[in-house]
Design a binder for this molecule. Structure first.
Ligand SMILES: NC(=O)c1ccc[n+]([C@@H]2O[C@H](COP(=O)([O-])OP(=O)(O)OC[C@H]3O[C@@H](n4cnc5c(N)ncnc54)[C@H](OP(=O)(O)O)[C@@H]3O)[C@@H](O)[C@H]2O)c1
Length: 407
């Protein structure tokens, strides 16, 4: 296929779709033949079949989002021998493997650079730039909304609810922010990154996910006193033949680069066995950054440059994680309470590095903050569950995993 002869069709003229049209003059002669959107007022076709059944169109760009229609259109395009470009992370996280296999069988390409970190060329960076490497680990701040909220809590000393409202007022969070703040958007993106990096089918359910709703202003302050920032991190690490893949709030040392990623920015550390560590950093959302990635896929397809190789890992369960923890308890201020908590931790082989006991805050108990030595996640969960059943404990305890990300 010569790039000058390719013809594209775009389904979905929303935020990203409009930016793709704006950026199209940079498409090196590839023709944008048709645009479809379900909104009649946009003065474009409303029938996806106008694109899917057009034999001249060899690249279909799906930018409608959601699952069912997007899946039908992408599958149908591939079955008809068309290349597809999409930014649809939710769909790719669920059906990426199936669609990629179908594309391979049909001899066409499925481009999804825009699905992870928008304009940051991390997919192409891993797929092509790091092709000679075995990827060892990925540590990413890959959701700008959650990072905006945690940054605002840290920089302005405000609580979660206020930081979320600020994000919504400034257009960085949806009216229903669940996907972003409960970690699912990061989980979707990590599923895509991990599948690509570790050449392993990664199901969404393989990735442990925990969001940032329970992080309080106090946790941010205590973490800072201990020398850490709290970030919503997406992590995938190869451990022998097992893959450790998870998304959760994480304590990161203040000295680490990821600690200084603020606001809506995204950053992702990738470590390859040959190239060592590198960091991808930039705007992970927005019309033009996302369109930049869409156009790069369109141009790459027109010059035929894609493909994957199978090589399998086994997923490591979160219960087997072995790491240090920050734990915040809220207990009544009485002699012997700390000893009871320590006793339960000790029975689960969890040893403590430091303890901070704070003044009583409001009507709740006294906050007790601990940093532990490395412990097994399953032991930590059992210990916390026993501690939370003590009548001296006033609030569900919170633990945050510490990640030693090497710069
Ligand atoms: N926005 C970003 O910063 C960003 C970044 C990375 C990835 N993405 C991904 O890019 C995709 C598009 O996002 P977006 O922000 O551009 O969404 P959007 O603004 O909601 O645009 C989607 C457009 O598609 C139309 N549409 C929906 N269902 C359709 C259907 N069945 N047939 C035809 N048209 C249909 C919508 O019409 P109505 O408005 O009438 O429903 C709307 O015009 C999503 O998968 C998203 O996850 C977005």
């Amino acid at each position: 296929m010569r790039s000058g002869k390719s013809k594209a069709g775009l389904i979905g003229l929303g935020t990203v779709g409009k930016s793709v049209v704006k950026l199209w003059p940079r498409a090196d002669g590839i023709i944008l033949k048709r645009i479809v959107d379900k909104d009649k007022k946009k003065n474009v076709s409303v029938r996806p079949d106008d694109i899917l059944n057009d034999p001249e169109i060899d690249i279909v760009i799906e930018l409608i989002g959601g699952l069912n229609d997007a899946y039908r259109y992408i599958k149908s395009a591939i079955e008809k021998g068309k290349n597809v470009v999409t930014a649809n992370k939710a769909l790719l996280a669920l059906k990426g493997e199936e669609l990629e296999k179908l594309a391979l069988a049909k001899g066409v390409s499925l481009g999804y650079e825009a699905s992870v970190c928008a304009g940051i060329p991390i997919i192409r960076g891993i797929r092509e730039g790091l092709a000679a490497n075995r990827i060892r680990s990925i540590y990413g701040i890959i959701n700008g909304t959650a990072n905006f909220i945690l940054s605002a809590m840290e920089e302005e000393g405000i609580g979660f609810a206020r930081a979320l409202s600020q994000a919504q007022e400034q257009g960085f969070a949806e009216h229903n922010p669940t996907l972003d703040i409960d970690g699912f958007d990061s989980q979707h993106k990590l599923a895509i990154l991990a599948r690509l990096s570790f050449k392993t089918p990664v199901k969404l359910s393989d990735i442990y996910v925990e969001g940032i709703r329970r992080i309080t202003r106090r946790d941010i302050i205590y973490a800072r006193e201990l020398g850490y920032s709290i970030k919503l991190l997406a992590i995938a690490k190869a451990e022998g033949k097992r893959l450790d893949a998870r998304v959760h709030p994480t304590l990161i040392s203040k000295d680490n680069l990821l600690s200084s990623v603020h606001g809506i920015y995204n950053a992702c550390f990738v470590e390859g066995d040959a190239c060592g560590k590198m960091v991808f950093y930039g705007q992970g959302a927005g019309g033009l950054p996302t369109a930049s990635a869409i156009l790069s896929d369109v141009k790459a397809i027109a010059s035929k440059k894609m493909g994957t190789v199978p090589d399998f890992f086994v997923i490591k369960p979160i219960d087997e994680l072995f790491t240090r923890y920050y734990v915040r308890f809220s207990a009544i201020d009485k002699p012997g309470v700390l000893a009871r908590i320590c006793d339960i931790l000790g029975k689960h082989s969890i040893s403590i590095v430091s303890v901070i006991q704070k003044e009583r805050s409001g009507t709740r108990g006294v906050p007790i903050v601990m940093m532990t030595h490395k412990a097994r996640e399953s032991s930590m969960r059992k210990a916390i569950s026993s501690i939370d059943r003590l009548n001296v404990v006033k609030e569900k305890s919170l633990f945050i995993r510490v990640e030693e990300v090497e710069d």
